[in-house]
Design a binder for this molecule. Sequence first.
Ligand code: SF4
Length: 118
Amino acid sequence: MVKIKEIQTGNIFSKTSFKGYSYVINPYTGCTSGCSFCHACFMQTFTNHQNENWGDFIDVKRWDGIVRTRRTVAGRNILMSTVTDPYNPIEEEYKNTRYILEQLQKIGCNLTVCTRSD
Ligand code: SF4
């Protein structure tokens, strides 16, 4: 059974060195798919999930909105997501990805979405 936890974060954007992108956004940390080849399992170390298996947990991020970062990200290339699948099955309930897309639409930026979901 997947352990789901809500966590508060100050800023949903992270600067990145991914070529061609200024920022990444991860609506969740962890991924219920738990693919054995996943590069993102290193996140366990940074998020207090060292004793859990990759795929057995997911943190749902909560934040105060992205209005104050509007000037910073407007017109930038943004990548979603690098350490989760933004369309994990729990997106149906928590709608974090949808919420971000609605906010980004008002700001205007170039967004790439990575997902294994159909
Ligand atoms: S779907 Fe993507 S993020 Fe999720 S476990 Fe598989 S490779 Fe990792």
